[in-house]
Ligand binder design. Structure first.
Ligand code: GLU
Length: 317
């Protein structure tokens, strides 16, 4: 599966080699990772799967490995949820209910929410995303959010993976604890069970590396789909989303990832990673073997290589 597929070739030959080297670096990291198993359905993923897709502003696409394999988006959906909240509830309507601070804790931690603050630290961790979903649940249906996800990922083939959804709904006790803790503090904005249902469904959307590359591209292009020309996210909202991806998008590895890679990114425990680089340039990865923080171990390694080789760090000078 390690054949490089380019849909168009003009001007990206050297990038092909960079991606191939990044892919090899990612493959070498896989034995040090572990597939998530706390959601039973996720444990069935092939730990050796790995794919990369890159799309530029002209729609030129370069993919390698398992870039077409469907997997559940998991926490990468937090970017879509935040985009929807900013669109439908506005900046103040969103951030009067969730903060913008890195938590330094693991993605599903309850600790600081209970002891340090009434509001979740940021929308990129479970507590913050669940709270953000509670802002949406009375205003937008799952089907409308799914349509929005399809537009943002340029992928009409995204569907709900029912097996993952059921597996997560049956075993998501920690998220259930979070939603009821938010309710007990009087800050949750929607019905707890309907909020959880929508949150679990958004985590269970079946995407591939190419969908995530398109998401990264649209964010990198200021919220406009460069191929269709449609504005999907307001420019101010993109700045907010990218800031939170940069500071909070990689779990409690966000700081080190910011130093080493320096590209706004969001990962998920299904093995997905979206990176939104200047260019515009979008990258999507699939590699279900995870590092101890919950990031795809191969994708992080590969993106570090790509960022260095292509000079993508936002603070390069
Ligand atoms: N659905 C997962 C959960 O809530 C998402 C976790 C993640 O990808 O970070 O536990």
């Amino acid at each position: 599966m390690n054949t490089l597929k380019t849909e168009q070739h003009d001007g990206i030959k050297s990038i092909e080699q960079v991606l191939r080297d990044a892919y090899d670096a990612g493959l070498r990291a896989i034995p040090y990772g572990r597939v998530a198993d706390y959601i039973p359905e996720l444990a069935k993923a092939d730990p050796n799967a790995f794919g990369i897709c890159m799309i530029d502003g002209d729609g030129r696409t370069c993919s390698i490995g398992d870039a077409g394999t469907r997997f559940s988006v998991q926490s990468v959906s937090k970017v879509i949820i935040l985009a929807a909240a900013l669109k439908f509830r506005g900046f103040d309507g969103t951030f009067s209910h969730v903060m913008m601070e890195p938590s330094g804790d693991s993605f599903n931690s309850i600790l600081k929410l209970d002891t340090r603050s009434n509001l979740p630290f940021n929308p990129m961790i479970n507590a913050g995303a669940i709270q953000t979903v509670s802002l949406l649940v009375d205003h937008i249906s799952f089907e409308e959010l799914l349509d929005y996800a399809r537009l943002l990922c340029r992928d009409g083939g995204i569907t709900l993976d029912e097996k993952v959804y059921r597996s997560e709904a049956e075993t998501g006790d920690r998220n259930r604890a979070i939603v009821y803790l938010l309710k007990s503090k009087g800050v949750l904005q929607g019905d707890p069970e309907r909020t959880l249902e929508l949150y679990f469904k958004m985590c269970s959307l079946a995407v591939n590396a190419k969908s995530l590359a398109a998401l990264g591209l649209i964010i990198s292009n200021g919220g406009v789909d460069p191929i269709e020309g449609a504005r999907l996210i307001g420019a101010d909202n993109v700045r907010t989303i990218k800031s939170l991806m940069f500071t909070c998008g990689m779990y409690d590895y966000s700081g080190e990832f910011g130093v080493r890679v320096g590209v706004p990114s969001k990962s998920g425990v299904g093995g997905g990673l979206v990176c939104s680089a200047h260019g515009p340039l979008g990258f999507g990865f699939y590699g279900p073997a995870l590092d101890p923080y919950g990031n795809s171990i191969a994708a992080v390694k590969a993106m570090e290589h790509i960022s260095k080789e292509l000079g993508l760090h936002v603070f390069n000078y």
